[in-house]
Design a protein around this ligand. Structure first.
Ligand code: PMP
Length: 338
């Protein structure tokens, strides 16, 4: 029995990924973060950021939470905010999926769409949200805070204290490797910290999409990005505060063409409909499994649910336009007539 929706955040199941496990001879598990109430891994960060701001006396009853987000953190903040009596103002790049924007509006967030421009541009969504928070802190009767997920380490703390501990318990301490992509780095750095405290031999890998700079950073020391990806919520160009002091044991750069067939295969063969970043994660898990050899237990993150990207990832016209493989079953409609 739960007293509110907040208590349903976390304690997500660990699900064996059958095909990935069979193909590598490892046991590859996905942490089912899409089963959080906001349907993504970001509910945990949202809850920890809000609780941290309350503890520090920064967030007062009836206050406003402002954030720049690819969507999922905004959804998490709005779910938790609604339950605790806070308003949310969400700044989102207009390129993010319609489904995430719709979910934010339905939940009651005040949504501000801005053009997608690089972080160094002062009109980047993160910077716009920071300025807006400063302004609202002065004008709102109950004040306002900037959640600042990228550089607020309450995000990483949440994963160290919850996600990592759950994975340790659920694998009965048998985990050998953990791999995930980075948006803020909260999940990768936080889970890694928590697992390495338990067992310093657990191998940690970054799975970076094309267009991100961290793979280059961890392999050559230089922040350099090449190519692009249709995935959302991941692909970082700088070392955020959440990533400070963190180093992976392995780093992989994963093209969309490697990740998307995994997503399509999971829908068709395992009944798991997941977002694009999860494809990058699972591709990373398969590469780590091959690196470590058969017989290892490897965990990754099932970051959000696939219907959040129906108009992109599961839309043949969109995939074709991007030059990506279109699975046959997506185009099969209405074969049965009655
Ligand atoms: N996948 C999705 C779909 C996301 O929305 C995010 C968060 N932006 C991530 C992965 C990455 O998580 P983190 O911010 O903890 O690095």
């Amino acid at each position: 029995m739960h007293q509110s929706v907040i208590e349903t955040i976390g304690n997500t199941p660990l699900i064996r990924l059958r095909r990935a496990s069979e193909e590598t001879g490892c046991d590859i598990y996905g942490k089912a973060e899409f089963m959080n109430p906001g349907q993504s891994v970001k509910d945990r960060a949202a809850l920890f950021i809000i609780r941290d701001a309350e503890r520090k006396g920064l967030l007062r009853p009836g206050g406003v939470i402002v954030e720049g987000t690819a969507g999922n953190t905004g959804i998490g903040l709005t779910v938790v905010g609604r339950a605790l009596g806070y308003r949310t103002v969400i700044v989102i790049p207009e390129t993010q999926s319609q489904e995430k924007k719709d979910a934010l509006r339905v939940l009651g967030a005040e949504l501000i769409e801005v053009p997608a421009v690089p972080y160094k541009n002062p009109n980047n969504y993160v910077k716009v949200s920071g300025r807006l928070a400063e302004q609202l802190a002065r004008t709102e009767p109950n004040g306002a805070i900037w959640a600042n997920q990228f550089d607020n380490v309450a995000n990483r703390d949440g994963h160290r204290e919850t996600t990592a501990q759950e994975i340790w318990r659920q694998t009965e301490g048998r985990i050998d490797g953990f791999v995930t992509a980075v948006g803020t780095g909260g999940t990768l750095a936080g889970v890694s910290e928590g697992l390495r405290e338990r067992n310093p031999n657990v191998k940690i890998a970054l799975a970076d999409p094309m267009g991100a700079a961290l793979h280059s950073y961890y392999t050559t020391g230089e922040l350099k990005a090449e190519g692009s990806s249709i995935t959302e919520g991941i692909g970082q160009g700088r070392v955020t505060a959440n990533l400070e002091g963190f180093r992976p044991d392995f780093s992989y750069q994963i093209p969309d063409a490697e990740a998307l067939p995994l997503i399509f295969g999971l829908v068709q063969e395992e009944g798991l409909c997941l977002g694009g970043s999860t494809g990058i994660n699972i591709a990373g898990a398969i590469r780590l499994a091959r690196e470590m050899g058969p017989g290892h237990v490897i965990v990754t993150i099932l970051a959000d649910y696939g219907t959040r990207y129906q108009s992109k990832l599961f839309n043949p016209a969109f995939l074709r336009e991007k030059g990506l493989p279109v699975p046959a079953w997506i185009e099969m409609r209405g074969n049965i007539s009655v």
